[in-house]
Design a protein around this ligand. Structure first.
Ligand code: PGA
Length: 249
C-alpha cells in the first residue's frame, strides 16, 4: 500500500520571515498526518524552515539542485548543501525550470542520480504542454520524459524517486485535469515504469498529480487508484494546504 505524499511547492514566494510565519501557521495542523507532508521552499528559506520543523514528522525539500558535488558553478546549490541544512527532498525538472532555465531530460537524469547518491528523495516532474495535449502526443511525450529521467537507475534506486505528473496547461491556471484524465496519465506512467523495470517496482513507486490542486478537487483526485498524492503550488501558500493534507478527515 503506497502512502500518500502531499508536497507544497512554494516556487519563488516567501522571504525567510514570511516563511517562518507560514510554517508556524501550518505546522500543528499538518503534522502527525497519515500522509507524508513536504514543504519545498526557496533555498534561502531552507534553514529556518528545517529549524522550525525539526521536532516534527514534516519533511522539507528544495526546488532544484545542481548535479555536480562542488566547484566553480556560480549561483548553484549542491545536494550536500541541501542535505546539510536538514532537508531530505528535492524537486527535479519542474516544467518552469525546463521552460525558463534550460533544464533538459539529460540534466534531469544527472540530478536524479546525484540526489539518490546523496540520499535526497527526488520528486521528478513530467507533463505535456497544451499544444502536445491538443495534438494528442501528450502521452508519448510524458513516457519519453519518464524513460529519460530513469536512464541508468537501478530498480532499488528507482523506488526512492517520486514522480509528479504535472500537465503544463494545468499549472497555475485553475484548470485541473479531470480525475479520469489525471488517472489515465498516472496509470500510463506506472505502466512505463513496469516496462523499464518490473511490475513490483511499478506498484511501489509513488506518482503524484500536480496542476491547480486545491482543497475542493483534492479528494476526487486522491480517490483515483494510481494517484498517490499531489504537488501543490498556489494552494500551498495558505491555509488551503492544511485542508488538502487532511482531505480524508
Ligand atoms: P499550481 O502549481 O498548484 O499552482 O498549479 C503546481 C506546480 O507547479 O507544482
Amino acid at each position: 500500500m503506497r502512502k500518500k505524499l502531499i508536497a507544497g511547492n512554494w516556487k519563488m514566494n516567501k522571504t525567510p520571515s514570511e516563511a517562518m510565519e507560514l510554517v508556524e501557521l501550518l505546522k500543528n495542523k499538518v503534522k502527525d498526518s497519515e500522509n507524508d507532508v513536504v514543504f519545498c521552499v526557496p533555498f534561502i528559506d531552507l534553514d529556518i524552515v528545517c529549524d522550525i520543523l525539526k521536532e516534527t514528522d514534516i519533511h522539507v525539500g528544495a526546488q532544484n539542485m545542481y548535479f555536480e558535488d562542488k566547484g566553480a558553478y556560480t549561483g548553484e546549490i549542491s545536494a550536500d548543501m541541501i542535505k546539510n541544512v536538514g532537508a531530505d527532498y528535492v524537486i527535479i525538472g519542474h516544467s518552469e525550470r525546463r521552460a525558463y532555465f534550460a533544464e533538459t531530460d539529460e540534466t534531469v537524469n544527472l540530478k536524479v542520480k546525484k540526489a539518490i547518491e546523496k540520499e535526497l528523495n527526488p520528486i521528478v516532474c513530467v507533463g505535456e504542454s497544451l499544444e502536445q495535449k491538443e495534438t494528442k502526443i501528450g502521452l508519448d511525450f510524458v513516457r519519453i520524459q519518464v524513460k529519460c529521467a530513469f536512464k541508468d537507475i537501478s530498480p532499488e534506486d528507482a523506488l526512492k524517486v517520486t514522480i509528479a505528473y504535472e500537465p503544463i496547461w494545468a499549472i497555475g491556471t485553475g484548470r485541473t485535469a479531470s480525475n479520469e484524465d489525471a488517472q489515465a496519465f498516472c496509470k500510463a506512467i506506472r505502466d512505463t515504469i513496469a516496462e523499464i523495470y518490473d511490475s513490483s517496482t511499478a506498484e511501489n513507486i509513488r506518482i503524484l498529480y500536480g496542476g491547480s490542486v486545491k482543497s475542493t478537487n483534492a479528494k476526487g483526485l486522491f480517490a483515483m487508484p494510481d494517484i498517490d498524492g499531489a504537488l501543490v503550488g498556489g494552494a500551498s501558500l495558505n491555509e488551503d494546504f492544511e485542508k488538502i493534507v487532511n482531505y480524508n478527515k
